[in-house]
Design a protein around this ligand. Structure first.
Ligand code: ATP
Ligand code: MG
Length: 218
């Protein structure tokens, strides 16, 4: 990706596996923020899920690419999988800023549950200067941004509040999908073709490729 002046969204996560809620958020960001594209970026090692075994990066990326295949402006990105070590969003923001050039605007789309966790993120104040956080409605979590004031300042927190993306809450969760697959049940809320591909790759059976916790990333 090259041209300056572009408005680019970025949806980070473990995508273990991608589900329809992720696509719903990305589409909401495209439309409500008038973006040129949204990058969906699976973490190699999510900072807050270091103790959990995920499906391989190659498998998670392949499922994501399949889910985005028919969506011209949704792009699966391997920018974090190419990097060694823990996948800090701050490092990714620096890499993306470099790649996109100084004129581009970077919108970091996060679920409301992740919004609550931002204060624990690596170099969050600097990250907040590199991106605009855009929190999306998630069932059971608030879109309040008051906790960001000490980190981003009144203006910064107000900017996040202005960029909230209000959607009909989407019930999908990777934790639930993994549990359903482990129990031998039909997984809910997967994009077309993803359940078949999970089966073909033999993922999420008997605890392999992702265990139990459900926290966010950094
Ligand atoms: P897990 O249960 O394994 O944590 P997840 O469903 O939360 O998986 P992640 O890969 O952790 O999916 O999420 C990536 C990003 O998408 C995070 O910012 C998360 O808050 C957001 N997100 C995921 N699912 C939804 C949803 N249904 N509604 C709103 N935001 C969501
Ligand atoms: Mg999560």
């Amino acid at each position: 990706m090259s041209a300056g002046g572009r408005r680019v969204g970025w949806l980070g996560g473990s995508f273990d596996p991608v589900h329809a809620g992720h696509l719903c958020m990305a589409r909401a960001a495209l439309e409500q923020l008038d973006l040129d594209a949204v990058l969906l970026v699976p973490a190699a090692i999510p900072p807050h899920k270091r103790d959990r075994q995920l499906a391989s990066g190659a498998d998670r990326l392949a499922l994501l690419a399949l889910a985005c295949a028919d969506e011209e402006r949704l792009l699966a990105s391997d920018v974090e999988l190419r990097r060694d070590g823990i996948s800090y969003s701050y490092d990714t923001a620096c890499a993306l800023r470099e790649e996109l050039g100084p004129g581009a605007a970077l919108f970091f789309v996060i679920g409301a549950d992740t919004l609550a966790e931002l204060p624990s993120w690596y170099r969050i104040e600097e990250l907040g200067r590199l991106v605009t956080f855009c929190p999306v409605t998630r069932a059971g979590t608030s879109l309040d941004t008051g906790h960001l004031r000490p980190l981003l300042g009144d203006e910064g927190a107000a900017a996040v509040a202005r960029h909230c993306l209000h959607i009909e809450p989407h019930p999908a969760s990777s934790t639930v999908v993994r549990a359903q697959l482990r129990a031998g049940e039909a997984p809910e809320h997967l994009p077309p073709g993803v359940a078949e591909e999970i089966r073909r790759r033999g993922l999420y059976r008997n605890g392999g490729g992702g265990a139990t916790s459900s926290d966010g990333s950094g």
